[in-house]
Every structure is written in C-alpha cells, then in structure tokens.
Design a protein around this ligand. Structure first.
Ligand SMILES: Cc1cc2nc3c(=O)[nH]c(=O)nc-3n(C[C@H](O)[C@H](O)[C@H](O)COP(=O)(O)O)c2cc1C
Ligand code: SF4
Length: 498
C-alpha cells in the first residue's frame, strides 16, 4: 500500500474511556432514527468484505459466525459487506442477484438479530462493478489478447507484415517503444490488466448501464427486504460503477456524464427505482465519497451537491467514505488484478499508522461535516454517517456534539474488537483491543484471503471447536468476551457461563 512520504508513525489515541453512567447518558449511546428504522445508539459497523462466501456467492457458516461475532458486540447497526447485484460469477463475494440467494441471506439476518438480543439492525450494501482483468503475462498478451489494429502496423512501419510477425515484433519492443506503438488503454491492459470504464461508450453493455442498473438494484433491494434485512445501502463509493458515474472524470455524452446534474442522474434513477420496489417504509440510503482524492476527481463542492440531491430524493441516510480508486492504484504483479486501495486515494480510504502530519485518524471528518452542513442548509434532517480512523469514545462524542455527523462508523476498530460498543457502554472501555491501524487486515483483503485481525487471530488457537483459516494458522473470529459484570447482558449462554 502507498504511504505518505513523511513516514510519521502514529499510535492510536482513544483517550479516556467513560464510566457506564457517562456512556449511558452520552450522545453516542442515544437513539436515532434512520428513515423508519430506529437505532438504539449512534454506532455503526460499515461494510467490510471478509472473503467468506462460497465461490458461487452463497452465505457460509463462516459468514454466519463472522456477523454473529460482530452482533454480540451490539452496535446499533451493521452493514453487510458489498454484495453483488448481478447473477454472474464473482468469486467468494456475497451475491444477491437471484432469489436463490435469499434463504442464506435470511439465515444471516436471523443470526444477527438473535446474537445481538435484538439490539442490532442489519443492513446490506449492494454493489455493481465492471470487469477488471488480471495483469497478463506479456508473452500471452502479445500472442493472444491484443487485437492487432491498423495503428500498430502504421507505427511499426509494417503494413504488409503478417499478424504473427507483428505480434512477435511487439513482444520484443522496449517499454519506451511500446509507449509509442500502443494506445493508452492497450498499455494499461498490458501493465495493469484490462479494466472497463463507464465511459467506454463503444461497448453496448456499458452504453446500456443507465437502462439496466435501476432494475438490477431494485430487484436486489426487493430480495434484501424479503430476506428480512432492516435496510439497504446502495454502494455509490470507491472504485465501482455508481461512483464512476458520479465522478468528475465521467465525461459520457448521453446525459449521464459531464456536468454534476448529469452525473448524479443515474444514482438518483437507481434510488427512485429501488424506492418504488421496496416501498416508502423501508430504509434505503447510500454510501458515497466525500472526496475522490484523485487528480481531477470530485471535491466537496461536487459531493455536497450530491448529498443535497440524495436527501432531496428521499434517501434515509448518507454514509461517507473517501478515496479508494483504481486511477492511482499500484501496478499489480503479473497474474493479479489491480486493487483500488494501493495508491494515495486508497490510503485516504483506509489510512494506516505510517502517515503525514495530519495522521490517520479522522481524515474524513471535515469533508463529511461540510456535506452535512449543506444538507442541513437545504432543510433536510437526513442522518450522516462518518467513518475513517475513529476508535475512541471521546472523539466520537465530540463529533456528535459538534454536529459534524449523526452516526459514527467504526470499521477496522470493530474488526479489532467487535465488543467495542458493549465494552464502552458498560464501562469496560479499558478492556478494548484498540486497532493499531497496521492494515494487516486490508492486506489480506487485497490477497482475497479470509480477513482477520493481527490482535487476535493467533490467540487461543487450542480452543475446542475453533474455526480456522484455510491454512489452519489463524482463528476466524476473536474469542468471546465474558465480562465480569454487564447489567445489560441478557445473553443466556453468557449468563450461565458466569
Ligand atoms: C477488510 C476490509 C474490507 C472492506 N470492505 C468494504 C466494503 O465491502 N464496502 C465498503 O464500502 N467499504 C469497505 N471497506 C472500507 C471500510 O468500510 C471503511 O470505510 C474503511 O476501513 C475506513 O474506516 P476505518 O478507519 O474505521 O476502518 C473495507 C475495509 C476493510 C478493512
Ligand atoms: S489488523 Fe487489526 S489492528 Fe491492524 S488495522 Fe486491521 S483491525 Fe486494526
């Protein structure tokens, strides 16, 4: 992963933990309504892909165990990982593109509701993404994948050569010569792997996205509702299709690109269609980027406008992330795909402890507050969720008191210790395993390996019946926390264990 050149090492600074009384009376543990959904506190676990689904996208026992473990910590809301809306193979990522996925997802909902004793609401993030291919072996790229075009012949001065001879010649060229002979996108396909863009208007299925996506999202929303989820989060963030429509780099000329009001058109059409299908009483919101953090990308000027448009359209919540784009991603190794969290924008999305003067904690606060202000100034009360490096009670409380956000998202901190919420609320803050923001978990995600945290994945490996990673070296969820005293604990299993 890219890191700021200043290389300043930061330590987590959670500050003082509250007593139980302070926590119970805090703003963080006060209720909030997200559309019709009542959250018992302002705590939120944002979507995180743990790489536990089957190759066909079904929910596994490992998925159930993972979300059950989060639910035991009783955050007010958990958002299930990015789940694909199409009925196409996409590896071990959850899918919701067909009714056959509903039973597994229903089990997931039941598991979370029951493990949290009814304290946690479960939403699901639904996503569309375009094709991204692995970086090819150059030999195969020139022998097979590259389509030989007139410009190759012309630039090589080889009008009369056979295709085979041209392929052989291309394979012998230096990087500089290739840069002269190949088109930009061909070079990108060679060096990074082929990647589709929403601006590839020569491809019929890309041209058609505005026609097909509203229904694909709406049917996924309907399935989420059928499975019992408490709400749906439309994934309009990071490197994926909907974020690319919103991006300032989207210059489509069909009314869905260019000026801001054109770029927001499809995201609004998708939302309206979802709303039509799931009904007015169902919670639907979106996650989008407060800043794209790439050259020429969206800044708060654009995103405050989007926030107001989304609120105006009737979204029930706005969850803000930042960065995480392909545009500045590192070159992957041959045989691997580009990963949108490896460049400077990826750093902004999941900043780690080696940082610059600003540090890794709370980089998304200011832009999120600016978007919230714009939404409030336009007369909307839509709750705004902020995420990024937040790990302490005092920090969260200050953000809420200063009205910079309405709900606090803790992604990696919940992964480091899913009991953060229960521990803080019950006055056990000093028992929290504080995230060190090392991004060990994110590196596993990058390698498509089962995500765990280095603070707990090698501890207590001899526990009977423990579920482990495929290589047997790591446990898949942290040990159960059994507090000496938690007056709110109604979990019969834990009560009997005392
Ligand atoms: C392993 C891992 C998987 C993630 N998967 C998703 C995802 O599916 N959807 C999403 O919107 N963000 C995803 N994120 C980003 C987080 O939701 C969050 O925005 C980011 O980690 C910054 O918040 P934090 O500092 O509290 O961790 C993921 C993060 C991690 C570490
Ligand atoms: S591995 Fe654990 S400590 Fe490190 S960043 Fe991830 S959650 Fe935090």
């Amino acid at each position: 992963m890219w890191r700021p050149p200043q290389r300043i090492k930061w330590k987590p600074a959670p500050g003082r933990w509250p007593t139980r009384e302070e926590a119970v009376n805090s703003r963080l543990f006060s209720p909030v309504n997200v559309g019709r959904l009542h959250l018992e506190s302002r705590t939120w676990v944002p979507a995180m892909v743990p790489w536990r689904a089957t190759e066909e996208g079904f929910v596994t026992d490992e998925n159930l165990e993972w979300y059950e473990r989060f639910a035991r910590g009783r955050p007010a809301a958990i958002v299930v990982e990015a789940t694909g809306i199409r009925d196409i193979p996409s590896g071990p990522l959850l899918r919701i593109g067909h009714d056959r996925f509903i039973p597994g997802l229903r089990d997931l909902v039941k598991t979370v509701h029951s493990a949290s004793g009814g304290h946690t609401r479960l939403l699901i993030q639904i996503i569309d993404f375009l094709a991204v291919r692995r970086r090819p072996d150059p030999e195969k790229f020139f022998a097979r994948y590259l389509e030989i075009m007139p410009w190759h012949r012309e630039r090589l001065g080889a009008e009369k050569w056979s295709e085979e001879r041209i392929r052989k010649r291309l394979a012998q060229l230096s990087d500089e010569e290739l840069a002269r002979v190949l088109e930009t996108r061909e070079l990108e396909a060679l060096r990074y792997g082929y990647r589709e863009r929403v601006t590839d208007m020569d491809l019929p299925h890309i041209r058609d996205l505005p026609r097909v996506l509203p229904d694909l999202f709406a049917q996924a929303g309907r399935r989420a509702r059928d499975a019992g989820f408490d709400g749906v989060e439309l994934h309009y963030a990071h490197a994926y299709t909907m974020a690319s429509f919103l991006s300032r780099l989207n210059d489509r000329t069909d009314g869905y690109g260019g000026p801001r009001d054109h770029r927001v058109r499809l995201p609004l059409e998708v939302f309206r269609r979802v709303r039509e299908v799931v009904g007015d009483d169902y919670t639907v919101g979106c996650r989008f980027l407060a800043e794209e953090c790439i050259e020429g990308g969206n800044t708060v000027e654009d995103t405050a406008y989007f926030g107001v448009e989304f609120a105006h359209a009737g979204m029930d919540f706005l969850s803000l992330s930042r960065g995480g784009k392909f545009d500045d991603a590192k070159q992957p190794a041959v045989g691997w795909s580009a990963y949108p969290y490896t460049g400077p924008s990826g750093y902004e999305c999941m900043p780690q402890y080696v940082s610059d003067e600003r540090g890794p904690f709370g980089r998304n606060i200011e832009p999120t507050a600016a978007i919230r202000n714009a939404v409030r100034a336009a007369g909307f009360t839509t709750p705004v969720i902020v995420t990024g490096g937040i790990h302490g009670f005092e920090q969260a409380e200050t953000l809420l008191r200063e009205e910079q956000a309405d709900v606090i998202g803790l992604a990696r901190q919940s992964l480091a210790d899913p009991d953060w919420f229960r521990k803080v609320r019950s006055g056990h803050g000093d028992e929290i395993m504080v995230c060190e923001y090392t991004n060990y978990c994110e590196a596993l995600d990058q390698k498509h390996q089962q995500v765990t945290c280095q603070l707990w994945d090698r501890k207590g490996l001899k526990e009977p019946g423990l579920r482990r990673t495929k290589d047997g070296k790591r446990r898949l969820t942290p040990a159960i926390w059994r507090p000496e005293y938690d007056p709110d604990n109604v979990d019969p299993e834990e009560m009997s264990a005392k």
